[in-house]
Design a protein around this ligand. Sequence first.
Ligand code: ZN
Length: 221
Amino acid sequence: MLQRLREQVLEANLELVRQGLVLYTFGNVSGISRDEGLVVIKPSGVPYRDMRPEHLVVTDLLGNKVEGQFPQIGGVAHTHSEYATAWAQACKPIPCFGTTHADYFHGEVPVTIELTDDEIAADYEKKTGDMIVRSLSHTDAMAAPGILVANHGPFAWGEDARTAAHNAAILESIARMAYLTLSINPAAQPVGRVLHDKHYLRKHGKNAYYGQKSAEPNDRK
Ligand SMILES: [Zn+2]
């Protein structure tokens, strides 16, 4: 079942390893089949090197609010990559300090508020998902394809599993650059709105004009 999607999701999971975003069995990428209402996801605890398409787990979207609210999302990647996780642990959004960030994220990379003790005790995984959805409710999820879950780590998404893994790598790079920027100059300020909009909007949206469709998703500088 879902053989092609399984292969895509496996490949996207292996990309997390190639990009140095995961240790051991940490992290996962999932891919969504909208036609069938199913999600293919990496099983927890299976080493990446041993993973085959048939090891991937198929679940339905029951209880998964992403389906209804963000129909453009076809894949989600979650890692504990170090710099993005450091920002998440600090409970700080990542300011846009430059055009690398602006090319991918329209605005800062947001951070969720922390879950309450009751939410953690009752239904932790679902509440984490609900918190992400709530944090994105007033934004265009595709214009900021990632979020930091407070005290936990980054989640990134895209039109498919491959793009989600790509955006997870970009998010880690942005997080690292922002950290280094503040190390060099603790008083560094985010770029102005005009430069930010110029970089984001020339690549995204209906009037985008910059770059060629390339083999790498969104890999247009
Ligand atoms: Zn995690």
